[in-house]
Design a protein around this ligand. Structure first.
Ligand SMILES: [Mg+2]
Length: 326
C-alpha cells in the first residue's frame, strides 16, 4: 500500500468521526422513524440544531473526546501510554471546554462523568469495574489509538504486523484507552473489536476482509458475552432496518456500524442511513464514520461535510500531532 493510500485512510477515519458527530447531532434523541426515509429525502446536511441547538459544524462529546485522546497520545510512544494524561484532558474538556467546538462541554455521558469524578477524587486512571455499564462512550472516541499505533512503529511491515504477540500488545492498549472511563467486559471487547478493525482498514484491508475478520472476532466474543451474537448477525448482513436499534448500548452501536457497511457501498450513503436511524445518531454516526472512513478513504467523505466542520485548524493540527508526535 502506498503512503498516499495510508494517508487517505487515516484522514478518512479521523474526519469520519467528526462529520458523523456533526451530522448526527441534529437528530440526536429523536425516536427511530416508523419507516426508513429514502436517501433522497433523509437528513443529509450538516446544519446544527438538535437538542443542544448547535451551530452548523459543531461537534459534541464524541468529537471532543477524540481530540482529547489524540492530544494525549501525541506525547506518547508505543507501547508507553499515559492514561492519566488522557483523563486530564477529558477533565479539562468537562470543566473548561477544552477541545470542544464552541468553548464548552454541554453534554457528557453518565459513565464518563462518573469515571472523571473518580479520577479527580482518587487519581485512579482506570474506571471502577462495572459489568452493567455498557455504553458506547469509549467506542466513539477510539479512532486515535489505532492511528497512533500504526504510525509510531519502525517499519510499515511492523506496523501492520499480525503475529499473535503484536496483536495482543495492541489489544492491551485499546483496552487501556477504553477502561479510563468504561470498564466492563462488553465495553472492552467492543472497543478492541472496533480498534482492531480500524487498524487493519488503515493498513489496507478491504471491506470484505474487514467483515471476515470482524465475524471471527465477534463469534469468539459471543461465547463470552452472549450479546455479541447481535453483532455477529449484523456482520453477516442478517439484520434488517426494522430490527436495528440505534441506542447508546455499545452492542447496538457496533450492529448499526456493520449494518451501514453491509447495506451501502459508499461512505456517504452508509452515513446518511446510520444517522437517520435517529436515537444516538451523533455517536453512531461517529462510530460508523471512523471505521467506514478508514475503509473507504478520505476521498469518499463529501467535501460539503468536511468543509462545514468548525475549527478546521484544530482538527488538522491535532491529527498532524497524532501522526508525527507533538
Ligand atoms: Mg455526542
Amino acid at each position: 500500500m502506498s503512503v498516499k493510500q495510508l494517508q487517505s485512510r487515516i484522514r478518512g477515519a479521523w474526519y469520519g468521526v467528526f462529520v458523523g458527530d456533526a451530522l448526527g447531532t441534529t437528530l440526536e434523541f429523536q425516536p427511530k422513524p416508523d419507516a426508513q426515509p429514502s436517501l433522497m429525502t433523509a437528513h443529509a446536511e450538516i446544519v446544527g440544531g438538535g437538542p443542544f441547538r448547535l451551530e452548523p459544524g459543531d461537534w459534541t462529546d464524541d468529537g471532543a473526546m477524540t481530540l482529547c485522546l489524540a492530544k494525549a497520545l501525541a506525547e506518547d510512544t508505543p507501547p508507553e501510554m499515559d492514561a492519566g494524561r488522557q483523563l486530564e484532558n477529558y477533565v479539562r474538556w468537562w470543566h473548561e471546554g477544552f477541545c470542544s467546538s464552541n468553548g464548552r462541554c454541554f453534554d457528557i455521558g453518565n459513565q464518563t462523568s462518573a469515571a472523571l469524578r473518580h479520577f479527580e477524587t482518587s487519581g485512579g486512571s482506570e474506571a471502577p469495574l462495572d459489568e452493567h455499564g455498557q455504553g458506547n462512550g469509549s467506542l466513539m472516541r477510539a479512532v486515535p489509538v489505532p492511528i497512533w499505533l500504526g504510525l509510531r512503529s519502525d517499519t510499515e511491515q511492523e506496523a501492520a504486523g499480525q503475529t499473535d504477540e503484536q496483536f495482543q500488545e495492541r489489544a492491551k492498549l485499546y483496552t487501556r484507552a477504553s477502561q479510563t472511563t468504561h470498564n466492563s467486559p462488553v465495553c472492552t471487547m467492543a472497543s478492541v473489536l472496533y480498534s482492531v478493525l480500524v487498524f487493519q482498514a488503515l493498513h489496507g484491508a478491504t471491506k470484505e476482509k474487514i467483515l471476515i475478520l470482524a465475524k471471527g472476532m465477534a463469534e469468539e466474543m459471543a461465547r463470552k458475552e452472549k450479546a455479541f451474537s447481535i453483532v455477529v448477525r449484523a456482520i453477516e448482513g442478517g439484520l434488517t432496518w426494522e430490527e436495528i436499534e440505534p441506542t447508546g448500548w455499545a452492542i447496538h452501536s457496533l450492529a448499526v456500524t456493520f449494518w451501514g457497511l453491509n447495506q451501502y457501498s459508499s461512505f456517504e450513503n452508509g452515513m446518511i442511513a446510520v444517522v437517520n436511524l435517529c436515537g444516538d445518531a451523533d455517536t453512531n454516526g461517529a462510530i460508523y464514520g471512523g471505521l467506514a472512513g478508514a475503509i473507504y478513504g478520505f476521498e469518499q467523505n463529501p467535501g460539503r461535510w468536511v468543509g462545514a466542520l468548525k475549527n478546521p485548524d484544530m482538527l488538522e493540527k491535532t491529527l498532524t500531532g497524532l501522526v508525527r508526535g507533538a
